[in-house]
Design a protein around this ligand. Structure first.
Ligand SMILES: [Zn+2]
Length: 190
């Protein structure tokens, strides 16, 4: 089932999300719905608050990037990078910061460069509640960092300089009022 994606301005996007356990109701169905919702919106990551739930869960599917020649050197890894992160905790972020032009399904039509560190060490549970501690770099780290921010109530626009923030403010206000064209199912706060 495709769920409506919450737009900028929705209070749930600002919540610090809480851990869940294996008994969380209909967890597998929720994960399935989140994948479906993400795919229908052509996203590569989606966090639970974006579908209205303040829980520490996000999904990532980097396979669409495998076609992109910018990532030719890691195409094989990206093709199979479809993962669920439950109760994630970033333990370490290392390496040089690099810029990437990010976007977000909750903030349509806005793209801005965001600096993030190269490598992360992250602890999380998968959909079967098996615990992992993994190290990720490149686009894999980037997308996880973006989704991880969501479960902490942080949006990519929070990372912009104060000047850039001023420049995008008008667009954000419009999104919060539903005054934006989107080709996927969204729910606006006002
Ligand atoms: Zn996002």
């Amino acid at each position: 089932m495709i769920l409506p994606i919450r737009a900028f301005g929705d209070a749930v996007l600002r919540k610090t999300c809480h851990n869940i356990d294996q008994d969380y109701p209909d967890l597998h169905e929720l994960i399935q719905n989140m994948y479906e919702t993400m795919e229908s919106a052509h996203g590569i990551g989606l966090a639970a608050p974006q579908v209205g739930l303040d829980i520490r869960l996000f999904v990532v599917d980097l396979s669409p990037l495998a076609e992109d020649e910018d990532y030719a050197d890691i195409a094989e890894e990206l093709k199979n990078f479809k993962k669920v992160f439950i109760n994630a905790k970033i333990l370490e972020e290392t390496g040089d910061e690099w810029k990437f032009n990010e976007g977000c399904l909750s903030i349509p039509e806005v793209r801005e460069d965001v600096k993030r560190k190269e490598t992360i060490v992250i602890e999380y549970y998968d959909e079967n509640f098996v615990k992992h501690t993994d190290t990720f770099s490149d686009m894999r780290a980037r997308v996880i960092q973006h989704e991880y921010d969501h479960i902490e109530g942080i949006l990519f626009t929070d990372h912009l300089s104060s000047l850039k923030k001023k420049l995008v403010k008008g667009k954000l206000v419009k999104i919060a009022h539903g005054d934006v064209a989107v080709n996927y199912k969204m729910r606006f706060p006002k």
